[in-house]
Each structure stands twice: as structure tokens, then as C-alpha cells.
Design a protein around this ligand. Structure first.
Ligand code: M6R
Length: 611
């Protein structure tokens, strides 16, 4: 999973490409490279972040009107200068960047090695590039034709961008399974893994579909399928402003995104929830309301933080809709032979809409006849397009690798779906329904209340930043929040943290408890509260340190805790949208205090577009 950028047109290509790559670094930042049509093909690449490459290129003649750039998250071959993209073909005439994995690359490599090809990197990309060149030489065809023939032999996922020294204005692009957006300007074209590299130049974009190939020149965009038939590009207008993808005065994207949550949750509810009228309007769900109401089972499919949102939604759907819910890791679900019955509905949850495992899992389920509803943040993403219906979370671009605002927006959307279906089914009493609608409407304000106390959470973070391990415990609706809190801490600070259902603690993890172990309880006032208070006592009795997220005014928990982080009172169904916020901040401040790069944690990438 990598970020790719391309440009062809009258402007200087290099600054556009470098700026675009910086915006795409959330997708990978192991190594960086650019190829420019600068009186011949020039390739510059380096292990490290975009800024590292930029520094080495200061003072060089980088004048070019066409070029491609890549920021890498290593799959085949360690991060190194040699493995960085772009790669050059054996003749040196072609340069290519690639996002994805060529699964049958070793077979192709063997064929090419037998023909005398040598490789300078360990990447599957260099193999594919030489395979394309070999086809072009053998068949005496043009590059477009060679790409088409090669891709028919390839298994795996890819977006590729190719430059040919002899056609300095043209970029050839193709996609299967990884995202590609083409921005259309006046006499110029932009390419990116998402729309962020082209935002200040154009709002007109084309999302390239799987098995499509594009021939891009400054004033011409030709789109074809692999059968060489022309396709009319579907041009869409982006509803995204530049400010949304910049830090806006915050030290990190992660902090900005945590602080955006009152607004993002509000945006997510806006136009959908009407507490006065008692209505929830979600057109992409409405169409499938009948299937949801009569569903025997809902299967939530997701990964990471989105999986945690699904887990919280399981509790909510079961309570409000009385529907059996299963929550599946997409990576497991896709390789099982899951039983999908008529009447099952799949809800796929994904911030990026590009997570490979989730995408393949839903494609499998779709082929077995399931209805797929997507709860997705990125508009026009692959999962959004593959789903039959669904609802966008409208949280805006999430750039920080650790997911924060996407989680609360997912909870808001899933809660609205559950409320809508429960109401139609008659499984929520009218009074409770109205109460929840009113309370949901107040959540943005309550999140703002929590954020105002961030200074206190920073102080708590300072106190515990040197702990070696953390245990996070929660019950009921707050159990998924405990998992999410632990995940945030691991990702951002590299401190080992485990999330557990508080009652399960006695079945093993309690053995870890000593004076050194901070135990974070997610213990807001709910129907499990007395039970979790007992769990706190059990930790205290073993001299463990207790840090708690509690409801304002909870004196009992305060008494039992070494430190508390307070949230306002809320219905237990909605509490996760509040209780997760102090945990996001705790992880953030610990990560910063430890000097970690919180927006780009080691080994991670924002969207996992490979399996
Ligand atoms: O884009 P998605 O929501 O499908 O991504 C799923 C996970 O990769 C993602 O939530 C990941 O776990 C984050 N790094 C969590 O902060």
C-alpha cells in the first residue's frame, strides 16, 4: 500500500508531485521516488520520507512537464534506495510506479530470468515492468497494448503509472483493486491514490474502475477496458476543500482530528436526524430498510478501529433491533467458507473504503447473494462503490494514521441505522426512541465538553508515559472502547497495551497486575457500573494503578482511582462516543511525550490496501 501521484501539462511537474506525495504519506512512508521527463527519463529515489528525498534534490535541474511519484509502504523487499519506486525497465526507456501486490511475480520473474533479464531490486514491480517491456519488444506493439497483454497475465492488485521516454507527455495508468483518481484540468491532468494531490488545481475527477486502463496526455484522457474498448469517463465534482486536508494550526493531524469530533459528529447527524419530528432520514439505508427489518442476521465486516465500531454496534443493534449480529474480522471472514443465508445483511465498515481484506470479504459475500451496506468515510471509494447501499460517515479526510474521528462518526451512523430499524420494527418503545434521538443530538456538544478538559488528560499522560504495559478494561458498550483505547496507545506510543472485557480479567490477565501496571477502566455510569466498580476494587486489592474514564459526579469510582478522566452523563448506548475521546487524547499525549511520530507511526500505513 503506497501513494502514487502523476502530472502531465504545462506546469512544472516536480513541485506538484512532491506536494501530492506529502499529502499521501499517510499511505506509506518507507521510501520515496519520482520520475521526470526532463530531456530523457530521470529517476530519483531514496529510502525515507518525502522530505528526505526533497532535501537531496535541492539545486538539481528538475524541470519537467510530466512526471510520476511514489511514497512506499514495503511489501516485497525491505525499504531501501534500490527497492524504492519508480523502477526502470532493462532498456531504461520505461519508468513505473506501483501500488499493490503482483501475486504471481515469482513465476513471471522466472520466465524473464530464463530470457536473460536481471533485476536490481527485490520488488514485484520491477518484474511487472520488465514483463511489459518484454511483451512490447516481442510483439512490436505500442506500450498501451503491451500493458494490456501483461495485465491479463497478472494476478493480484495494482495501480500502475508508466512513463515512456519516447512519449514525454503521456502517462499510462491501470488499476485493479487499488485506488486511482484522475483530476481533469484545462490542458492538464493529475493522478493520485486519492484526490488530495489535485485539490488546489481541479475539482473535476474521474475514479478509475478495476480492469480499466487510461492513456493520459495534457489535453486528452482515453479510458479503455482490458478488452481495448473505449469507456466514457464519468466525471464527478469533488465536494472537498483544501483546508480539510491541512493541519489548521494543530501540531499533528491526529490532534486536529480528535478536536474536530464535535463538528464531524454534527456533520454526520446533520440532515439525517430530526429529534423534533422524531425522524431519521438515510436514503442509502431506506432502500434496504425492508431487508434490514426482516434480516435474520446482520454480519458486520471490518478491520482495526472500524472492527471496534462494529463490535459496539453489535450491542446497539441487539438491544434496539433484536437482530442477531455477528462481527467479523474481514481478514478471517474472506478466507473462511462462511454460511450466508437468504435474509442475511452485511454491513461493511471502513474509513478509507479501500481496505483490501474488507473489500474482498464483501465481494465474496456479494457473490453469495448477500445485501451489502457500506458505512464508509471516503466518498467514491472502492467499498462505497461495491456496496449495494449504505451511508457515508461524513467525517472529512482522516490523515492521521491512528483513526479517531472516523470511529465516532461510524458509531453515530451505526446508531442511527439501529434506531431507524428498531423504530420500524417496533422493538424500541416510542419514549426511548425519542429520548435517544434527543440525546444523540447532544453528543457533539458533550464531546466538546470532554475536549475542554484535554489539559488534564495531558497531565495524566505525562504521569504514566514511562509505563511498559497498560491494561484497558470495559464492560458492555464500553468493552469495544477498551479495545480501541488499547489499540490507539499501541499504535501511537509503541507501549504494549491490551484491551479486555473487565470480567474476563479474572480468567488470566489479573496475573499481570502489580504496582507497575496502569489499568485503564472505561467505567461510565451504565447498567454494568456496579460490576465494573467491583473489578476496580479487585485491581486495587492487588496494588494495581487505576486510571478511570468516569461519568461526571461519580464519587465511588473517583475514590477507587489514582486518576480519573471525566465525561458528561449520557445514555449507555451513546456513551462510547464520549468515553473513547479521553483515551484518544491519552494515547496522543503519551505518544508525543515519548517523542513518537504520532501521525506516521512506524510500520503502519493509513489504508491497508494489501492483504
Ligand atoms: O480504512 P479502514 O477503516 O477500513 O481501516 C481499518 C484499519 O486498517 C484501521 O482502523 C487501523 O486499524 C487504524 N490504524 C486504527 O487506528
Amino acid at each position: 500500500m503506497c501513494g502514487i501521484v502523476g502530472y502531465t501539462g504545462p506546469r512544472e511537474a516536480y513541485p506538484i508531485i512532491i506536494k501530492g506525495l506529502k499529502r499521501l504519506e499517510y499511505r506509506g512512508y518507507d521510501s520515496t521516488g519520482v520520475a521526470l521527463q526532463n530531456g530523457g527519463l530521470k529517476v530519483y529515489k531514496k529510502k525515507g520520507k518525502v522530505a528526505d528525498l526533497e532535501e537531496t534534490l535541492v539545486g538539481k535541474n528538475l524541470h519537467a512537464h510530466a512526471g510520476i511519484g511514489h511514497t512506499r509502504w514495503a511489501t516485497h523487499g525491505e525499504p531501501s534506495d534500490l527497492n524504492a519506486h519508480p523502477h526502470r525497465s532493462s532498456s531504461g526507456k520505461l519508468a513505473m510506479i506501483h501500488n499493490g501486490i503482483i501475486e504471481n511475480y515469482s513465476q513471471l520473474k522466472k520466465e524473464l530470468t530464463n530470457k536473460g533479464y536481471q533485476f536490481s531490486s527485490e520488488t514485484d514491480t520491477e518484474v511487472l515492468l520488465n514483463f511489459i517491456e518484454e511483451i512490447r519488444n516481442n510483439n512490436q506493439c505500442d506500450l498501451e497494448e503491451a500493458v494490456r497483454i501483461a495485465l491479463k497475465r497478472v494476478t493480484g492488485a495494482y495501480v500502475i503509472l508508466l512513463l515512456d521516454e519516447d512519449k514525454p507527455e503521456t502517462i499510462i495508468a491501470a488499476r485493479k483493486g487499488s485506488p486511482l483518481v484522475i483530476g481533469i484540468g484545462k490542458g492538464e491532468h493529475f493522478l493520485g491514490s486519492d484526490a488530495s494531490p489535485m485539490l488546489e488545481y481541479t475539482k473535476e475527477v474521474v475514479y478509475v474502475n478495476d480492469y480499466e486502463l487510461a492513456i493520459i496526455k495534457p489535453d486528452e484522457l482515453i479510458l479503455k477496458n482490458l478488452g481495448n474498448e473505449k469507456i466514457t469517463p464519468y466525471v464527478q465534482r469533488l465536494d472537498l476543500e483544501l483546508a480539510a486536508i491541512e493541519k489548521g494550526g494543530y501540531e499533528h493531524f491526529m490532534l486536529k482530528e480528535i478536536f474536530e469530533q464535535p463538528q464531524t459528529i454534527y456533520d454526520c447527524l446533520r440532515g439525517r436526524l430530526d429529534a423534533t419530528e422524531g425522524t431519521i432520514t438515510m436514503s442509502g439505508i431506506q432502500q434496504y430498510a425492508e431487508q434490514l427489518v426482516s434480516a435474520n442476521r446482520i454480519i458486520m465486516i471490518a478491520c482495526g478501529t472500524s472492527w471496534h465500531a462494529g463490535l459496539a454496534a453489535e450491542y446497539i443493534f441487539e438491544e434496539l433491533c433484536r437482530i442477531n449480529v455477528e462481527v467479523e474480522y474481514a481478514s478471517e471472514f474472506r478466507y473462511r467458507n462462511p454460511v450466508i443465508n437468504p435474509g442475511d445483511v452485511i454491513i461493511a465498515i471502513s474509513q478509507s473504503g479501500e481496505t483490501a481484506d474488507t473489500l474482498v470479504a464483501i465481494e465474496n459475500a456479494k457473490s453469495k447473494g448477500a445485501i451489502i451496506l457500506g458505512v464508509v468515510n471516503v466518498v467514491g471509494s472502492s467499498i462505497a462503490r461495491t456496496s449495494h447501499g449504505g451511508a457515508y460517515t461524513h467525517a472529512g479526510p482522516e490523515i492521521g494514521v491512528a483513526s479517531t474521528k472516523a470511529f465516532t462518526a461510524q458509531l453515530a451512523v451505526l446508531t442511527m441505522i439501529a434506531l431507524k430499524i428498531g423504530y420500524i420494527k417496533g422493538t424500541i418503545p416510542q419514549q426511548r426512541y425519542m429520548h435517544l434521538l434527543n440525546e444523540l443530538q447532544e453528543i457533539p456538544e458533550k464531546v466538546a465538553w470532554v475536549l475542554k478538559r484535554s489539559g488534564h488528560i495531558k497531565a495524566v499522560a505525562e504521569k504514566y508515559k514511562d509505563a511498559r504495559d497498560f491494561l484497558y478494561l470495559g464492560r458492555g458498550y464500553n468493552f469495544p472502547v477498551a479495545l480501541e483505547g488499547a489499540l490507539k496507545l499501541k499504535e501511537i506510543s509503541y507501549i504494549h497495551a491490551e484491551g479486555y472485557p473487565a470480567a474476563e480479567m479474572k480468567h488470566g490477565p489479573i496475573a499481570l497486575v502489580d504496582e507497575e501496571l496502569p489499568v485503564v477502566f472505561v467505567a461510565t455510569k451504565d447498567s454494568y457500573h456496579e460490576k465494573i466498580v467491583s473489578n476496580m476494587q479487585e485491581i486495587r486489592a492487588r496494588k494495581g494503578t487505576v486510571i478511570s474514564v468516569i461519568t461526571e459526579g461519580d464519587e465511588v469510582s473517583t475514590e477507587l482511582s489514582d486518576d480519573v478522566m471525566i465525561v458528561p452523563e449520557a445514555d449507555e448506548i451513546l456513551a462510547p462516543m464520549l468515553s473513547v475521546v479521553p483515551l484518544q487524547l491519552l494515547a496522543y499525549y503519551i505518544g508525543v511525550a515519548k517523542g513518537c511520530d504520532v501521525d506516521k507511526p512506524r510500520n503502519l500505513a493509513k489504508s491497508v490496501t494489501v492483504e
